[in-house]
Design a protein. Structure first.
Length: 277
């Protein structure tokens, strides 16, 4: 795996691994694993962990349970998601790709499988800022710190708009976040911007299929280039716990008005040759 700051590329084996130490933050771990007919064995340790299949024929075992996690692909169907409490041994077998992420927890909630029909699907925004958000482990699903979403942004659209933050600044809660991108077609790309005007932090990153981008602070909108349908998997964790995980982020003041006008006062074309007097 090669990395450049907040932008991570999968290694030759398709794996990505983010720890609080490597990210320079406190709570959130994240990883992507590609199996080729093998087995991945893990233990949640002091974390609550969620497993999200992305494609292939996979099975997960924990305790005396075994569950099918097969999925045609992220653009074809919703997943079955596994939630595991701390100090739980598990294994994943088969051929396919899955993501996993975790955050420190006390173990207040039992292991369970969240089936596709239990996942709330929401259409957000409007005009060219419309997208779908699938609440894999949203505030309506019990967890201690973890939040997990899948977001679909159609060709040419914007996501994460209005720009918003949850970094403990300007009245927001402190929540860490990873973005794992899948793009259709695989040659497509998106633009991911992280920026914080008050301290001069600003980076615009080209997200390609398989990339992981961290959102360390500030605002973080995403744009899907024309012809590129963009999926990203968000894992989030921070100071918010239990019901407080539903606390909304803080919008950038210059753009908050767009929640009342998703068209954004778009320019009408063509421009007149001669202005009407």
């Amino acid at each position: 795996m090669t990395s450049s700051g907040t932008h991570l590329k999968p290694g030759p084996d398709g794996r990505v691994n983010v720890t609080p130490e490597s990210a320079g933050w406190t709570y959130l771990s994240f990883g992507v694993v590609a199996l080729q007919g093998g087995i991945y064995e893990g233990d949640t340790g002091g974390n609550e962990v969620a497993l999200v299949p992305q494609s292939g024929h996979l099975s997960v075992s924990f305790g005396d349970q075994a569950h099918d996690l097969s999925r045609l692909g992220v653009f074809e169907e919703l997943p079955a998601v596994v939630y595991l409490p701390p100090h739980t041994a598990f294994s994943v077998t088969g051929s396919g790709t899955f993501a996993h992420g975790g955050a420190p927890a006390e173990g207040r909630y039992p292991a369970r499988v969240i089936r596709p029909h239990d996942i709330r699907v929401e259409l957000r925004g409007g005009a060219n800022a419309s997208r779908q958000v699938s609440h894999l482990l949203g505030p309506d699903q019990v967890a201690e710190r973890l939040l997990v979403y899948e977001v679909y942004t159609p060709s040419g659209n914007w996501s994460g708009w209005p720009p918003h933050r949850h970094d403990g600044q300007l009245g927001s809660l402190y929540i860490e976040e990873t973005y794992h991108y899948r793009i259709q077609p695989a040659s497509g790309w998106a633009i991911h911007r992280n920026y914080s005007p008050e301290d001069g932090y600003d980076e615009a990153l080209v997200a390609r299929d398989g990339d992981v981008i961290l959102s360390p602070r500030g605002y973080h909108p995403v744009a899907a280039t024309p012809g590129s349908n963009v999926y990203y998997l968000n894992f989030m964790a921070g100071e918010a716990q239990d019901e407080a995980r539903s606390t909304p982020p803080t919008d950038e003041p210059d753009w908050a008005w767009m929640r009342q006008d998703w068209g954004g006062k778009a320019l009408e074309l063509p421009i007149p040759v001669v202005a009407v007097k």
